[in-house]
Design a protein around this ligand. Structure first.
Ligand SMILES: *Cc1c(COP(=O)(O)O)cnc(C)c1O
Length: 374
């Protein structure tokens, strides 16, 4: 019998996979709640869905029988217009996730160091592991702010190849200041600023790319444009890095439907930005509600989600919400095990979340209050 395990790279045999969310249909079966009644606030998707123009475009007579353009010419041109950066600085991936993976393959060999600042997006350490690199963590403070001086010191000491920092950070929504990014750019590493939520934050460091060959900015259509299921993202960076990525990427990495939908979304960005504004308004409404709860702590967010510190019963809160058909994200990880993250939904979905949270938290209060009877 062939021993498959012995053929697998030793460093990958023990690798823990990324923990994704449970698929909606599986959860629907498990809970006995129809999919259409589930309130999905667990993956920061756009609750208004894709642009109707994007949906119409992919349903139309597109060249699906033909391989896509390996150079991504039309989408890169449209993104040049959208970002204000020249097309030779742009490369698209099957989600921003693929750009993260390609950057790892390009820069990180066995033992090379990648710096990240947890609690943060899980893909950086995951992809570092897959290429055999070494993930070095500079932990954030309790309020999720970052000690940039420490990041610089650690990156220099470890001769880091890459530093990954989202702005806004997932899961708390805090921004990295422009000043901090400029400080980081003095480190002789590639600095990846992951702006997956830039359309919600209204801030960017894209304009620094031209002057800094070590800056990479990541973007995606998954969150603001409602295309998470089609997998389309991009990176903006020095043309030299783009050329290398073009050399190593799977030639047909962007499928035709994703390309068509992204182009139509950019053409319809005014409508999509209207939904973004609705979401921001709802985020502020939800924030005000949560800030009025003295049994939990809510963190200011520049993205389309809010992180709440609810205490040691956070996992239980997540399960109780789930039983009511409301899905939020819970991470049993250092610094997050007392928190839940809720994506901003449509107003009626947020109302359901607020009512359910009120009831659940009141239940905990009741349980904690000593009984006066008998
Ligand atoms: C959601 C998310 C991504 C992934 O984007 P895709 O384009 O869907 O792969 C990247 N970075 C951060 C911080 C995210 O939250």
């Amino acid at each position: 019998m062939l021993d498959i395990d012995s053929l697998v790279r030793p460093d990958l045999r023990q690798l823990k996979g990324y923990t994704p969310i449970v698929p909606l249909d599986v959860l629907s079966n498990r809970l006995g709640i129809p999919v259409e009644h589930l309130v999905k606030l667990d993956a920061n998707e756009n609750p208004y869905g894709p642009s109707p123009h994007a949906l119409a475009a992919i349903a139309g007579p597109q060249p699906y029988a033909i391989y896509p353009d390996p150079d991504q010419t039309s989408l890169r041109a449209a993104l040049a217009d959208y970002t204000g950066q020249s097309a030779d600085r742009i490369v698209c991936g099957s989600g921003a996730d693929e750009i993260i993976d390609l950057l790892m393959r390009l820069f990180v060999g066995p033992g090379d160091v990648v710096v990240e600042a947890p609690p943060t997006f899980g893909m950086y350490s995951f992809n570092t592991g897959v290429v055999g690199g070494r993930s070095v963590a500079v932990r954030r403070r309790d309020d999720f702010t970052l000690d940039v001086t420490e990041v610089v010191a650690v990156a220099q000491h470890e001769h880091a190849k890459l530093i990954f920092l989202p702005s806004p950070n997932n899961p708390d929504g805090s921004l990295l200041s422009r000043e901090d990014v400029e400080t980081l750019l003095r480190v002789p590493s590639i600095i990846v600023i992951d702006e997956a939520y830039a359309e919600f934050s209204g801030t960017t460091v894209l304009d620094l790319v031209a002057a800094h060959s070590n800056l990479v900015v990541l973007r995606t259509f998954s969150k603001w444009a409602g295309l998470a299921g089609l997998r389309i993202g991009y990176g903006v960076m020095d043309p030299t890095i783009v050329r290398y990525i073009m050399q190593i990427k799977p030639p047909y990495n962007i499928n035709v439907a994703a390309q068509v939908a992204a182009l139509a979304s950019l053409a319809d960005r005014q409508h999509l930005m209207t939904t973004v504004l609705h979401i921001i308004g709802e985020r502020e409404r939800l924030y005000a509600f949560l800030a009025g709860h003295d049994d939990l702590q809510v963190f200011p967010s520049h993205a389309n989600f809010l992180l709440l510190r609810v205490g040691p019963q956070a996992g239980e809160v997540k399960r109780l919400l789930e039983q009511r058909g409301i899905l939020v994200r819970y991470y049993d990880k250092l610094g997050l095990s007392d928190c839940i993250r809720v994506s901003i939904g449509r107003p009626e979905q947020n109302d359901l979340f607020m009512a359910a949270l009120d009831a659940i938290m009141a239940g905990f209060q009741l349980a904690a209050t000593p009984s006066h009877a008998s």
